[in-house]
Unconditional design. Structure first.
Lengths: 342, 239, 288
C-alpha cells in the first residue's frame, strides 16, 4: 500500500544504506572491527533468508541451522574431495538444501503452527546427531578447509576486506530475492497463507505448493550463507553450523528486527550482533549470560508489545509522531472490528 | 441460454463420527439462479456449503459441476473450477489493505500483479468499496468486511458463489444494499446459493429456496411456495 | 542379548521414562488448559534442580526433604511468569506466543548462567545414594526414588484433576473455556493455576533428579525436546496420556540406544516425534 512518494523514498533510503555499506570498510580498517561488520552482514543475510518462510509465509522454523549446515558441509566437502571452487560449491549446497527442504516440507507442512515448529527443531537436531556420528564427514572432529590456495577462485583471502564484499553481495542478492517475492503474486499468496490459510484455499491457493516454495528458496539462500561461513572460518564442525543455537539466532534476528518486513532482519542483525559482541567484551566470563538476558528480554518485549519487531515499533512511533507535526491530517474515525479468534 | 444445470447435487450425505449433519440432499442450480438456503440452526446449512466448496468430503452422494463429478475435490480445485465462497465469520486478510485482499482473489486467473490490481479495482467498485481500497482490512467495519469478502470471491471469476450469512448483523439499510448486491451478481450471470436467517433480505430476490431441517431437505420451491409450506413452518416453530 | 540384559534395559527405560512423564505432565496441562506450548518448560526443571542444589549447599537440606519447598517455589515462579508475560499474549497471534515462551526460555537460561555460572554442579551425597540390586537387575537408588516420586506426583495430580472441585474446574476450563466461564469458573485464575502446577511438576522432577543428574543452566535443553515428544505422543492436554507416553518414550530411548548406539538415543526419540506428528498428531489420548 505504498504510494509513489513512499516507495521512491524507501528506494532512496535503501540505496543510501547500500552506498554506506559499500564504503564503510574503507573507513573502518581495523581487522577486528571489519570482522564485526562481517558478522552483522552474515547475521542479516541469514535473517532475511529466514524471513521469506518465517516472516512472510508465517511458517515458523526453529531448525533453520539444518540448511546452514548443509550449505557449509556441501561446499566444503566438494572443495576438499573434488577441488571444486566454492563459488560453484555454494550453489550446489544451496540446491541440495532446497531439495532437502522440499523433502522435509512435504510431510511437515500438514502440521499447524506449534507442531511445525517442533518438527523443524527435531529435523535439525537429528541431522546434527547424524553428522556428528558420520565418519565420512569427520564427525565431531570437523572439517578443515585447505589453506594452500588463496584468491577469488578459491574464495580464501588474507585480509578481511574481500570477505566483506562477498557477504555484502550475498546479502544484497538475498534482499533482492526477498523483494522480488514480496512484490510478486507469490508474496501476496504468502501473506494470505499467513493470515487466513482456509480463506486462501477458497481463492485457489495451494497451501502446500507455496509453503514449499517459501521453504526451498529460504533454504537455498540460508545454505549459501553456510558456505560463506565455512570459507571465512576455514573450519566447520556440527556444533558450529548445525546447532540449535544457530537456528535460534537466525529466527531471533528476524523476530527482533521485524518479521515480514524486508529490511527488518537487517536491523535485527545490527542489534543482536552488537549486543552479542559487546556484552562479551564488557562482561567477561559471564558475558554469555548477559547477552542472553538482554536479547531474551527484547524478544519478550517485542512478542508482548510489538509482534512486528523493532522496525514495526519504529514505524508505529514514526506514524504517531507524524500526527503531531503541523499540517498532519487528523485521524480517520477508526471502526475497527478486530476480534480475538475463539 | 444454457438449460443444463450448473450444479447437480445427488443424494449428498455427510456424517461426523456418527453425527449426521447432512442426509440425502438432492437439488440442482441453474446458471445465474439465486438460491436461498434456509433452515433452523444446526440444520446442516454450513456443512452443505463446506461440501460444495470442497472443505468437507461428502460421506455419500455426488456433486456435479458443469457436468463433471467434483465430489471430494479440494477447496483450491473448486475455486479453479469456478465455485467461490464467503465465510460466516469473516476471514479477510488482516495484514493487507482491502485492495490487496481482492488482488489475492484476482490472482487465481491472472498472476500478474498490475492486472490483478486492475481487476481488484473493478470488484471493489462493484461492491461499493472503492473509497476504502487503501484501508487495512482490519480497520473496516463488519459490514465492509463482508462486502470485501464478496469482492474477493468475485475476483476469482466464479460461475457459482456461496454466500454464508452475508446479511447477519446488518441494519435494514445494509440488508437492502446486500440484497441489491446479490441481484447485481445475478445480473452478471453468476449463480449464488445464499445461507441466510434474515428472511426479508433473501425472500424478495431468490428464484428458489431450499429448506433444510435436521440435515435433510424438507422443501424446494419458490419463496411463495415455501412460505406456505406446513413442513417449513413446523420446522421453524418447533425449534 | 540375554533376558537379564533385556530386563535391565527395560527397567532403566521405565525409570527414566517415569521422570520424563513427570516433566511432560506439567507441559501438557498448560497446553490443555490454554493452547500454549511452553518452550521454557525445561527451565522450570532447571530451576527446580538449582533450588535443590542451593538448599543443599547453603542449608544442608537434603533434596528429597526440600521437595515440598521446591514445589512451592516453582509454583510461585509459574504463577509469576503467567501474570507478567503469558497473560499478555493470550490473544496474540501464535507467532508471538511461540516467541514469548521462547524468549522466556533464553531469559531463564541467561539468568541462571549469570547468577550461578555455567559450571556443572552435583549433589554429592543425599539421603538416597547408592545402588539397589534386585536379582539380575541393578539400578541406582536415586533413580528409583525419583521414579517413585514421579509416579506419586502424577498420581496426586490425576486425583486433583478428577476428584477435587478445583481440579475439576481446571479440567472443565481445558475442555471448554467458554462453557466453564458461563458456569462461574474464573478463566484467569485457572490459567494461573495451570502455570503454577505445570511449573511445580517440572520443578519437582528437577528436584528428584538433582540427586543424580548434573545441574547446569542449559540442563533444560536435555529434557524439553523429550518432553515435547512425550506430550505429542500422549496427546496434548492428557495427563494420563503423558504418563503412558513418558514410559513408552523412556523405554524406546534406552532400548534404541542399546540396539543402535547410545549416541543415537536422542535421534531415535526425535524420529519418534516426527512419526507421531505425521501419522497421528493427536497422539494416544489427545483431543482431536
Amino acid at each position: 500500500m505504498t504510494t509513489g512518494t513512499n516507495s521512491s523514498r524507501k528506494m532512496a533510503g535503501t540505496a543510501a544504506l547500500l552506498a554506506l555499506a559499500a564504503v564503510l570498510p574503507l573507513a573502518i580498517t581495523e581487522p577486528s572491527q571489519q570482522n564485526f561488520l562481517i558478522l552483522i552482514l552474515m547475521g542479516a543475510q541469514m535473517g532475511v533468508a529466514w524471513n521469506i518462510v518465517g516472516g512472510y509465509a508465517g511458517q515458523v522454523s526453529l531448525g533453520h541451522a539444518v540448511f546452514y549446515g548443509i550449505g557449509a558441509y556441501s561446499s566444503t566437502m566438494l572443495l576438499t574431495t573434488l577441488g571444486l571452487t566454492p563459488w560453484i560449491g555454494a550453489l550446489a549446497g544451496g540446491l541440495l538444501a532446497a531439495v532437502f527442504a522440499l523433502a522435509m516440507g512435504w510431510p511437515c507442512f500438514r502440521l499447524k503452527g506449534h507442531y511445525f515448529a517442533m518438527a523443524t527443531i527435531a529435523v535439525a537436531e537429528i541431522m546434527q546427531i547424524l553428522v556428528t556420528n558420520s565418519d565420512a564427514l569427520e564427525g565431531a572432529v570437523g572439517l578443515y578447509l585447505p589453506m594452500d590456495r588463496s584468491g577469488w577462485g578459491s574464495l580464501i583471502f588474507l585480509s578481511k576486506l574481500p570477505y566483506y564484499y562477498v557477504i555484502l553481495g550475498l546479502l544484497v542478492l538475498t534482499v533482492l530475492v526477498s523483494w522480488a517475492i514480496e512484490r510478486s503474486h507469490i508474496g501476496y499468496y504468502f501473506r494470505a497463507i499467513k493470515d487466513e490459510p482456509e480463506a486462501a484455499r477458497a481463492l485457489g491457493v495451494s497451501l502446500t505448493r507455496y509453503k514449499l516454495i517459501a521453504l526451498s528458496v529460504s533454504a537455498f539462500l540460508t545454505a549459501m550463507g553456510g558456505s560463506f561461513y565455512a570459507q571465512k572460518e576455514m573450519f566447520i564442525d556440527p556444533g558450529s553450523v548445525f546447532a540449535t543455537t544457530i537456528s535460534i539466532k537466525i529466527a531471533l534476528i528476524a523476530i527482533l528486527g521485524g518479521v515480514g518486513r524486508l529490511m527488518g532482519p537487517v536491523l535485527g542483525a545490527v542489534i543482536l550482533i552488537t549486543i552479542e559482541e559487546y556484552s562479551r567484551t564488557l562482561f567477561g566470563s559471564t558475558g554469555s549470560g548477559t547477552d542472553m538476558i538482554i536479547y531474551a528480554a527484547m524478544i519478550i518485549l517485542v512478542a508482548v508489545f510489538s509482534p512486528s519487531g523493532v522496525l514495526g515499533l519504529l514505524g508505529d512511533l514514526h506514524r504517531h509522531w507524524g500526527r503531531h507535526l503541523p499540517g498532519a491530517k487528523p485521524d480517520e474515525v477508526k471502526t475497527s472490528t478486530k476480534e480475538a479468534r475463539p | 441460454m444454457n438449460t443444463a444445470p450448473l450444479l447437480a447435487v445427488d443424494g449428498l450425505g455427510k456424517a461426523f463420527d456418527g453425527l449426521i449433519a447432512n442426509r440425502d440432499i438432492s437439488f440442482v442450480v441453474h446458471h445465474g439462479e439465486i438460491i436461498g438456503l434456509i433452515g433452523p440452526n444446526g440444520a446442516g446449512k454450513t456443512t452443505l456449503f463446506n461440501c460444495l466448496a470442497g472443505f468437507h468430503t461428502p460421506t455419500t452422494g455426488r456433486i456435479a459441476f458443469e457436468g463433471h463429478d467434483i465430489t471430494g475435490s479440494t477447496p483450491e480445485a473448486a475455486a479453479a473450477l469456478g465455485i467461490a465462497r464467503t465465510f460466516q465469520i469473516v476471514r479477510v486478510f488482516q495484514s493487507m489493505t482491502a485492495r490487496e485482499n481482492v488482488m489475492v482473489g484476482a490472482m487465481l486467473r491472472n498472476k500478474r500483479v498490475a492486472e490483478a490490481r486492475d481487476r481488484a479495482e473493478e470488484e471493489l467498485a462493484f461492491v461499493g468499496l472503492s473509497h476504502r481500497a487503501d484501508t487495512p482490512a482490519s480497520d473496516l467495519t463488519v459490514s465492509e468486511q463482508k462486502r470485501l469478502e464478496v469482492a474477493r470471491a468475485l475476483a476469482t471469476e466464479p460461475k457459482l458463489i456461496l454466500l454464508d450469512e452475508v446479511m447477519a448483523g446488518l441494519n435494514p439499510t445494509e440488508v437492502r444494499e446486500a440484497s441489491a448486491l446479490v441481484h447485481r451478481i445475478h445480473q452478471r450471470g453468476i449463480a449464488s446459493i445464499i445461507v441466510e436467517h434474515v428472511m426479508e433480505g433473501i425472500m424478495p430476490i431468490a428464484h428458489r429456496m431450499l429448506v433444510l431441517d435436521y440435515g435433510a431437505k424438507i422443501a424446494d420451491g419458490t419463496p411463495a411456495e415455501i412460505a406456505g409450506n406446513p413442513a417449513v413452518i413446523a420446522a421453524y416453530l418447533g425449534e | 542379548m540375554t533376558a537379564d540384559i533385556l530386563i535391565q534395559v527395560l527397567v532403566s527405560g521405565l525409570l527414566i521414562g517415569l521422570i520424563y512423564a513427570l516433566v511432560a505432565v506439567g507441559l501438557t496441562l498448560i497446553f490443555g488448559v490454554m493452547d500454549i506450548v511452553n518452550f521454557a518448560h525445561g527451565e522450570f526443571l532447571m530451576l527446580g534442580m538449582y533450588a535443590s542444589f542451593w538448599a543443599f549447599a547453603l542449608f544442608a537440606i537434603d533434596p528429597i526433604v526440600a521437595l515440598p519447598l521446591t514445589a512451592l517455589l516453582l509454583f510461585a515462579v509459574g504463577v509469576i511468569v503467567y501474570q507478567t508475560v503469558i497473560r499478555r499474549i493470550l490473544k496474540a497471534p501464535m507467532l508471538s506466543q511461540i516467541f514469548a515462551t521462547f524468549g522466556l526460555m533464553i531469559l531463564l537460561r541467561g539468568l541462571a548462567q549469570f547468577f550461578w555460572k555455567p559450571d556443572h554442579r552435583l549433589i554429592p551425597h543425599s539421603l538416597v545414594s547408592g545402588n539397589i540390586a534386585l536379582g539380575p537387575v541393578q539400578f541406582g537408588l536415586p533413580q528409583f526414588v525419583a521414579a517413585l516420586g514421579a509416579v506419586g506426583v502424577t498420581g496426586a495430580l490425576w486425583m486433583f484433576l478428577h476428584r477435587t472441585r478445583l481440579g475439576t474446574a481446571l479440567e472443565a476450563t481445558a475442555i471448554d473455556r467458554e462453557a466453564a466461564t458461563l458456569m462461574g469458573i474464573d478463566g484467569q485464575k485457572m490459567f494461573a493455576l495451570a502455570w503454577g502446577i505445570g511449573a511445580a511438576c517440572a520443578g519437582l522432577a528437577g528436584g528428584l533428579i538433582a540427586t543424580f543428574f548434573p545441574i547446569f543452566p542449559e540442563v533444560g535443553s536435555n529434557f524439553i525436546l523429550i518432553a515435547f515428544v512425550v506430550v505429542v505422543l500422549g496427546g496434548f492436554g492428557s495427563v494420563t496420556g503423558a504418563f503412558l507416553a513418558g514410559i513408552i518414550v523412556g523405554l524406546i530411548e534406552v532400548l534404541g540406544g542399546f540396539l543402535i548406539g547410545p549416541e543415537y538415543k536422542t535421534a531415535i526419540v526425535l524420529s519418534l516425534l516426527l512419526v507421531v506428528l505425521l501419522v497421528r498428531p493427536r497422539g494416544l489420548l489427545g483431543k482431536a
